[in-house]
Design a protein around this ligand. Structure first.
Ligand SMILES: NC(=O)c1ccc[n+]([C@@H]2O[C@H](COP(=O)([O-])OP(=O)(O)OC[C@H]3O[C@@H](n4cnc5c(N)ncnc54)[C@H](OP(=O)(O)O)[C@@H]3O)[C@@H](O)[C@H]2O)c1
Length: 201
């Protein structure tokens, strides 16, 4: 089963784009090694608005050396021959995509946004990893990392700070059960009750 990784840039106040889709805060001199990132994936999966934003920037999945799948009920497939449009049964289609063999050696599927599609796939239990590069900016409003909805627990796998002030965080979306995360034989240090010191006025 291929892994589906939501990997995005986010402002410190939790937005992946400004209120008008602004992304000027995602600076090219951020220090993020985009080439190394791209090498980990062979497939892009995105919502229609993210696809629109990519095209407006002159970017294409082909140019990034990947196949692209766009979730949309409004795009006409014949007008977008370079991508595969997923129009219905989104969780089922994405589960089938994850089950397909990818490149050899195996590469992952990049869920590159946006928040709306992330919400749908997170709720369906299909997202394996949530990877956020926190940029040192407060946008005040915009497109949220994730629209309002159900709670999901995460497990921190990696964190790295770049000299540019960006904090790169990687979480597993399906955390390990508590019993396997902590050895059961280890006694907590504070097992012996501490003596209570009486306060003198
Ligand atoms: N900072 C970053 O790293 C980053 C990454 C990605 C995107 N972005 C930004 O985020 C913004 C877009 O994000 P967004 O959350 O607003 O939108 P989005 O998820 O990219 O796109 C939403 C659209 O995708 C389709 N869609 C999504 N989920 C669907 C579902 N379950 N079933 C059917 N259709 C579904 C619908 O298209 P139809 O209306 O055609 O049906 C919906 O209107 C853009 O401004 C983009 O630049 C930033």
């Amino acid at each position: 089963m291929r892994r589906l990784r939501y990997n995005v840039a986010m402002s410190l106040d939790g937005f992946i784009a400004g209120p008008k889709g602004e992304y000027d805060w995602i600076t090219p001199n951020s220090g993020i090694d985009f080439a190394a990132l791209y090498r980990q994936f062979d497939t892009l999966l995105m919502g229609r608005l993210t696809y629109d934003a990519m095209r407006a920037k002159g970017m294409s999945a082909k140019g990034m050396g990947m196949k692209a799948f766009v979730v949309s009920t409004t795009l006409k497939p014949e007008q977008h021959p370079d991508v595969t449009i997923i129009a219905r049964n989104v969780p089922e289609a994405v589960a089938a995509l994850k089950a397909q063999p990818g490149s050899i050696p195996q590469k992952d599927i990049w869920l590159c946004g946006g928040g709306a599609l992330f919400r749908c796939l997170l709720d369906a239990g299909l997202v394996d990893s949530v990877e956020v590069s926190v940029f040192p900016v407060l946008l005040g409003s915009g497109v949220p990392l994730l629209p309002v909805g159900r709670r999901a627990s995460l497990h921190l796998e990696e964190s790295k700070t770049l000299p540019s002030g960006i904090l790169m965080l990687k979480y597993a979306a399906a955390p390990k059960p508590l019993s396997s995360a902590r050895p059961t034989s280890a006694k907590p240090k504070s097992a012996k009750p501490k003596s209570v010191r009486k306060r003198t006025a």
